[in-house]
Design a protein around this ligand. Structure first.
Ligand code: ZN
Length: 472
C-alpha cells in the first residue's frame, strides 16, 4: 500500500518558486488560477527505501567487479578463466548470482534474464564474440500498468589503454563498475517494494567495443514492442576523488533532436521551436523534479546538460535513443582521464598514478547517485501512464490555447495538469490543475509558451509530461 504523501516545508517551496520565476517575465503567468511549478510531493514509502541504499554494499560490489582483473568484452570466456575468477564471463556469473540473492530475499520477486548473442567481427572485435546482457525484472503489480517499463542500466565490461587487450588488467572501477553497482543496488532496495509498473535492472557488456550489448537489447525491445517509458544509463558515476571534483552534482545528459525522428518530424520540430522538447529531455526535467523533491534523502543535485552526451563522446543511452526510447546518461561532474581507459601504472617521472582503480572512487557519491536513480525509478513506476494523443488545437487563429488528450492508459490517473514555460526557460515554470477532464482552454497564447500535459494519481505521483502535437 502507498502511504500518504507528505509535503515539504513551505520554506523549500518558496525558495524553489523564487528560483524558477527569475527572468521569466509576466508573459507566461497571466493564466487565472495557475501556480508556479513546485516539486512533486514526497512519497514516504520511496523516501524510506532511499535510506536503504548502502555505500558499503556499493563499495563491496565495485571492489568485487574490479577483482576479476579484466572485464574486457573479448577477454577469456572459458572454464579455466572462470575457475580463476578472471575475465568477463566470471564477472557476469557473479552479477547473476547477486541478482539471485536479491530475488531470494524478496521471495523470488525478481525474474532473472540472461540475453546472449554473437557479435560479428569488426574494428574492435577481432573474432566473433559472445556478448551477454544480464537483467532482473520486477514485474508491475497492476496488470495493465505492468506493460509499462522503466529501466536502469550500466555496463559491466571494461577496458585499458588498448581496446584490443584481452589479458592485461582493466579494473574499470569507475567506468563502469560504478554504473553496474547502481543497477544492482537499485534492484536490491526496490525489490522490497511493489509498484504498478515494471522496473528492469540491466547490466550490459560490449559498451567499450561499440555499445553492442545495449544496441542488441534496445533492438529486441523495439521488435517486441516493449513500452519502455524511461532509460537511466549510469556510466562513470564514481565521483573520482580528483581535486576539482564537485561531489554535490551529477550531470544528466539528454538528446535535443531525437535520434529516431523522421524527416517529417524534424520539419515539425523546426517549425514549432521544439528543439528543446524531446521525450528524453522531459525525462531529464523529471529527474530534476525528483532531485528537488527528495534532495534531503538523495544528497546529490542533478545538473541537466542539454546535449546527447559529453562533447563528441557516446554511451549506451544513445542506443536506446536510436530505437526511439527516452534515455538519459548520468555521469560524474568531472572525469579524471588518468583513471579511465588507462593501463594500471605509475609514471615515475611525474608520480601520476594511472588506471581505473577502486581507490579513486567515492563510494558515498555512488550511493547518492543510486538514490537519485532509485527515486526516479520508483516515482515513475508509481505514477500513472502519461496522457495519450495530446494535441494543441490550431483550427482557428486565436490568442487562447485549447489542449485535448486521451485518458492516461491503465486507469490510474485521478486528474491532469497543464505545464508551461517561456520558450527561453530550461524547466517547466507554471502549472494549472484541470481535474479529471480531457480538454481545457487557457488564456495564454501558444505563440509565447511551450505546453505539456501530465497525469497525476490520487497520491500525487506524476507521469512524464507530454508536449502536444498541433491539430488542425
Ligand atoms: Zn563507460
Amino acid at each position: 500500500m502507498i502511504s500518504p504523501l507528505r509535503k515539504r516545508s513551505r520554506l523549500l517551496f518558496v525558495s524553489f518558486v523564487s528560483l524558477l520565476t527569475v527572468g521569466t517575465g509576466a508573459v507566461a503567468q497571466n493564466q487565472p488560477g495557475s501556480t508556479a511549478a513546485e516539486p512533486m510531493p514526497v512519497d514516504s514509502r520511496i523516501s524510506a527505501a532511499l535510506k536503504q541504499v548502502s555505500a558499503d554494499r556499493i563499495r563491496s560490489n565495485i571492489e568485487k567487479l574490479a577483482s576479476f582483473g579484466t572485464r574486457s568484452t573479448i577477454s577469456a570466456q572459458d572454464p579455466a578463466a572462470n575457475a580463476a575468477g578472471r575475465g568477463i564471463e566470471a564477472a557476469r556469473q557473479w552479477i547473476e548470482s547477486e541478482f539471485g540473492l536479491y530475488s531470494r530475499d524478496c521471495g523470488g520477486c525478481l525474474k532473472l534474464n540472461v540475453q546472449g548473442f554473437t557479435e560479428p567481427a569488426g574494428d574492435r572485435i577481432p573474432q566473433p564474440a559472445q556478448i551477454v546482457n544480464v537483467y532482473a525484472v520486477l514485474n508491475g503489480s497492476d496488470e495493465e500498468n505492468a506493460k509499462r517499463i522503466v529501466l536502469v542500466t550500466g555496463h559491466y565490461d571494461s577496458r585499458n589503454s588498448d581496446i584490443l587487450d584481452t589479458k592485461g588488467d582493466a579494473p574499470g572501477a569507475n567506468d563502469d563498475a560504478s554504473g553496474a553497482a547502481v543497477s544492482l543496488e537499485c534492484a536490491r532496495v526496490l525489490s522490497k517494494l511493489k509498484f504498478p509498473a515494471t522496473i528492469i535492472f540491466l547490466t550490459v557488456a560490449g559498451e567499450e567495443q561499440g555499445l553492442n550489448g545495449s544496441r542488441h537489447f534496445a533492438q529486441i525491445a523495439k521488435e517486441k514492442g516493449w513500452n519502455i517509458e524511461a532509460v537511466l544509463n549510469n556510466d562513470i558515476v564514481g565521483g573520482d576523488k580528483s581535486a576539482e571534483q564537485d561531489h554535490s552534482v551529477v550531470r544528466v545528459f539528454s538528446e535535443g533532436l531525437p535520434a529516431a525522428a523522421t524527416e517529417q518530424e524534424i520539419r515539425r520540430i523546426r517549425g514549432l521551436g521544439g528543439e528543446n522538447d524531446s521525450r528524453s529531455r522531459q525525462l531529464a526535467r523529471y529527474i530534476a523534479d525528483v532531485g528537488r523533491a527528495y534532495r534531503d534523502e538523495v544528497g546529490v543535485k542533478p545538473m541537466l546538460v542539454f546535449r546527447l552526451d559529453r562533447y563528441l563522446r557516446g554511451g549506451d543511452h544513445s542506443a536506446f535513443n536510436q530505437q526511439g526510447f527516452s534515455a538519459v546518461r548520468f555521469t560524474e561532474f568531472r572525469e579524471d582521464f588518468h583513471h579511465q581507459h588507462q593501463n594500471v601504472r605509475t609514471d615515475n617521472a611525474n608520480g601520476i598514478e594511472y588506471g581505473d582503480l577502486p581507490k579513486f572512487v567515492d563510494f558515498d557519491y555512488v550511493a547518492r547517485v543510486a538514490r537519485l536513480n532509485a527515486a526516479t525509478l520508483a516515482s515513475l513506476a508509481s505514477a500513472p501512464a502519461p496522457p495519450a494523443n495530446v494535441h494543441l488545437l490550431t483550427k482557428d487563429l486565436e490568442n487562447d490555447s485549447t489542449l485535448t488528450w486521451e485518458a492516461s492508459p491503465g486507469g490510474r490517473a485521478a486528474g491532469y495538469e497543464i505545464l508551461w514555460r517561456a520558450t527561453t526557460s530550461p524547466e517547466w515554470e507554471h502549472v494549472q490543475k484541470v481535474g479529471n477532464v480531457l480538454r481545457t482552454t487557457l488564456k495564454l497564447s501558444k505563440d509565447n509558451v511551450i505546453f505539456a500535459v501530465r497525469a497525476v494519481d490520487a497520491e500525487g505521483h506524476r507521469s512524464l509530461p507530454v508536449v502536444p502535437l498541433p491539430e488542425r
